[in-house]
Design a protein around this ligand. Structure first.
Ligand SMILES: [Zn+2]
Length: 335
């Protein structure tokens, strides 16, 4: 690669790693409109470049890293300047020494030294990684212009993050905000983590669809016959749930409002502890259900105590791009 000329724009690389696909983007190291470098970022030299790709389903960690390196090289060939920092959004659990401990989405990554792998992608650049829910929260806070917020991402699981004074809480290296595994019912539904009563056990997309199937079965065959086996035989798809939720059909409304209630309990508890100015609800499942954030807001209001209203609840604005945007912000913080 030729040495960058002084007129090229320094970039930061954001990477959002998922269990099945990866999104990458290079943006100017200083955002458009920055008083120091705003002209560079808007004159065409600093136009963001991006790419997405899917992992090979059964690839090893080394194979995944080779694929990632090829994609990064391809993306860098479309960016004229140097890369000063890399930010990575990651769903896996990473220990304080930087080793991937568990990642159900890509089990072969267990034991991988993330720091070294990232440094190899962009030699000389500062590198950092963080939980994808934490980074989504950071990006939503920036988009909302709100330095104190909580974020719930509702999809296959329930993720989330907390931003206080414009920074993630807990701080990097002290674990991530596992809002989905807050216990909201001591003897509640079983969670995929092995415990009962987590927010995720009620509010995740799959949990909501399973409950919707049971409610629909009970509505058509009467109570007492709605076993899990019946529900499995007559599963509710997301498009069905969405259509019936919008149509106001009783079984769908009940299932979605129960999920919204679980999210509302989380918002109320987080408000008591952290006093955020805003609670933001995103994630693919919630994004697809128009009115879900409003349902959370309504039920959170009902749980407020006198003089202590819960944080207002709004729908996320960045949709599926929140973690990638957060990875870019994390990279910029390294500068
Ligand atoms: Zn759990």
């Amino acid at each position: 690669m030729p040495a960058p000329s002084p007129t090229t724009t320094a970039g930061v690389l954001g990477i959002d790693i998922g269990g099945t696909k990866v999104a990458l983007r290079i943006e100017p190291a200083l955002p458009a409109g920055d008083p120091v470098d705003g002209s560079d970022a808007t004159d065409g030299a600093g136009t963001p470049v991006e790419a997405t790709f899917r992992w090979e389903p059964m690839a090893s960690a080394a194979g995944d890293l080779d694929a990632l390196a090829r994609q990064v090289a391809s993306l860098r060939s479309r960016w004229a300047g140097p890369i000063s920092a890399v930010g990575l959004a990651m769903p896996a659990t990473v220990d304080p020494t930087g080793l991937v401990t568990t990642w159900p989405g890509r089990p072969s990554w267990s034991g991988l030294a993330l720091d070294g792998a990232l440094r190899d992608l962009a030699p000389g650049a500062a590198v950092a990684y963080a939980d994808d829910g934490d980074l989504a929260a950071l990006a939503e806070a920036a988009a909302a212009g709100c330095p104190n917020l909580v974020y719930l991402g509702i999809g296959t699981g329930v993720g989330g993050g907390i931003v206080l004074d414009g920074r993630n809480c807990p701080r990097p290296g002290r674990g991530s905000a596992e809002i989905g595994h807050m216990v909201i019912a001591a003897d509640g539904a079983p969670c995929t983590c092995g415990r009962r009563g987590c927010v995720q056990a009620v509010a995740s997309g799959p949990a909501t669809l399973r409950r919707a199937a049971r409610h629909r079965s009970a509505a058509t065959t009467g109570p007492g016959t709605n076993t899990d086996a019946d529900a499995d035989a007559d599963a509710v798809s997301f498009p069905e749930l969405r259509a019936q939720w919008l149509a106001g059909t009783d079984w769908a409304v009940r299932a979605v409002r129960e999920s919204a209630a679980a999210a509302a309990v989380a918002v109320v508890g987080l408000t008591e502890l952290l006093h955020p100015a805003l609670a933001v609800i995103g994630g693919g499942f919630a994004d697809g259900l128009t009115g879900f954030a409003a349902a959370v807001d309504e039920q959170a209001r009902a749980l407020g105590r006198p003089g202590h209203p819960p944080a207002p609840v709004r729908a996320a604005v960045l949709g599926g791009l929140s973690s990638l945007s957060g990875a870019i912000l994390l990279a910029r913080q390294q500068g």
